[in-house]
Design a protein around this ligand. Structure first.
Ligand code: FAD
Length: 308
C-alpha cells in the first residue's frame, strides 16, 4: 500500500525542527531512521499531515561521554553499538551484546536508539536496557527543554511521557563501573522477528555478596519492564561458588528468574507465545543471563588479578 499524501520538511536546525513539530493543528511525525515510521505509513496505520525529517540536523550523530554518562544523539544508528568500544566499559559490552538482536544489518544501519525510545515498542531491547540503567531522555520543543527519567517514561504500548511536539535530542545512559558484569539473551522465533522475550542484566558482587543487580525485561508486559522484585531478591545475597553449567535448584539466580517471571512480568499473549510459555522462558532466561553477567564479571576480575 502507498502512504497517504503528506507534507515533508527537512530542517537544518533543531529550532526549525521543533517549530515545525509545534504546528498544533497538524498531525506530525519525526523521520529519523524510518524503520518503524515508514512501515506504519505504508500500512496506513499512521497518516501524518507533516513529516519532519531530522537527518540533516548537525551534531545529533555523536556519542559524548561526560563523567558518568554516555549521551547518545538522536541520529546515532543502532549499528554504531556493534562495536563494544562505542561506549566505554561494561555498558559498551552490554549494548554490543544486545544490538545484534535488533532486526538485521540494513535496519540497524538506519534505525536509531532515540527512535526506539520514541516508538516505545514493548519488545525494544534499548528501552529495557534504558530502564534497567535509569537512563534519561532529553526532549526539546518550542517551550524549551525537558529531561524525562526513563523510570516513569513508558505509559503503555507505544505510549510515553513525551508529547508529540517534543523532539528527542538525545538519550543519556549511565556508564557501568568496571566491577559490573553484563549479559543479554534473547529468545525469538526467527532471526528477523522481534523478541518473544529477552533479558538484559548487569551485576556487581563484593566479597561474594551481590552489591547491585539491574535486570531489564523485553516483551514481558505491554511496555518495556524492569524486574525490580527480582533485583531486590538478589541484592545482599551471598552467591554460592560458581559451578559448571547453568544454576539449578535454589540458586539465587534461579530464584530471581522465578520472581521476574511471576511477580515482575505481566506478559501479553501472542500467536506464538502464550502467557505461560513466556513466563517459563523468562524464568530460564533471567537465570541464564545473570549467570552470564556473573561469569563476565569474574573473568574480567581474574584478568586484572583481583579476587572477587
Ligand atoms: C523487520 C523489522 C524488524 C525490527 N526488529 C526490531 C527489533 O528486534 N528490536 C527493536 O527494538 N526494533 C526493531 N525494529 C524497529 C527498529 O529498531 C526501528 O529502527 C526503531 O523502532 C525506530 O527507530 P527509527 O530511527 O527507525 O525511527 P523512525 O521509524 O524514523 O520513527 C519511529 C517513531 O519514532 C518517532 N521518532 C523517531 N525519532 C524521534 C526523535 N528523535 N524525536 C521524536 N520522535 C522521534 C517518529 O515520529 C515515529 O513515530 C524492527 C523494524 C523492522 C522493520
Amino acid at each position: 500500500m502507498k502512504p497517504a499524501a503528506f507534507d515533508y520538511v527537512l530542517p537544518s536546525t533543531i529550532a526549525e525542527a521543533v517549530e515545525a513539530l509545534g504546528e498544533g493543528n497538524r498531525r506530525t511525525q519525526v523521520l529519523a531512521g524510518g524503520q518503524s515510521l515508514l512501515l506504519e505509513m505504508h500500512l496506513a496505520r499512521i497518516r501524518p499531515d507533516l513529516v519532519v525529517d531530522i537527518n540533516r540536523l548537525a551534531g545529533l550523530d555523536r556519542i559524548d561521554v561526560n563523567g558518568n554518562e554516555a549521551r547518545v544523539g538522536a541520529l546515532v544508528r543502532h549499528r554504531t553499538f556493534e562495536s563494544a568500544d562505542a561506549v566505554p566499559g561494561p555498558l559498551g559490552r552490554l549494548l554490543a551484546l544486545a544490538v545484534v538482536n535488533i532486526a538485521h544489518p540494513p535496519i540497524r544501519s538506519r534505525g536509531t536508539m532515540a527512535g526506539s525510545f520514541a516508538w516505545a515498542h514493548p519488545a525494544s531491547e534499548w528501552c529495557a536496557i534504558g530502564l534497567a540503567l535509569d537512563a534519561t531522555v532529553e526532549v526539546t520543543s518550542r517551550e524549551g527543554k525537558r529531561e524525562l527519567a526513563v523510570r516513569d517514561y513508558f505509559l503503555g504500548p507505544y505510549r510515553t511521557e513525551r508529547r508529540a511536539d517534543e523532539l528527542i535530542t538525545a538519550v543519556r545512559l549511565p556508564l557501568l563501573g568496571d566491577e559490573y558484569g553484563v549479559g543479554f539473551i534473547e529468545h525469538r522465533r526467527t532471526h528477523f522477528c522481534f523478541a518473544q522475550v529477552a533479558v538484559a542484566a548487569a551485576v556487581s558482587v563484593r566479597d561474594g555478596v551481590v552489591a547491585d543487580a539491574r535486570i531489564g525485561l523485553v516483551n514481558s508486559a505491554d511496555r518495556p519492564l524492569r524486574a525490580r522484585a527480582a533485583e531486590r531478591s538478589l541484592i545482599g545475597t551471598e552467591l554460592p561458588p560458581p559451578g559448571s553449567g547453568h544454576p539449578r535448584g535454589d540458586h539465587p539466580f534461579v530464584r530471581a528468574g522465578q520472581i521476574a517471571a511471576h511477580e515482575d512480568a505481566a506478559p501479553v499473549a501472542e500467536p506464538y507465545g502464550d502467557v505461560a510459555y513466556k513466563r517459563q522462558a523468562l524464568a530460564v532466561l533471567v537465570a541464564r543471563t545473570l549467570t552470564d553477567a556473573d561469569a563476565d564479571r569474574r573473568s574480567r576480575a581474574a584478568r586484572k588479578g583481583e579476587d572477587r
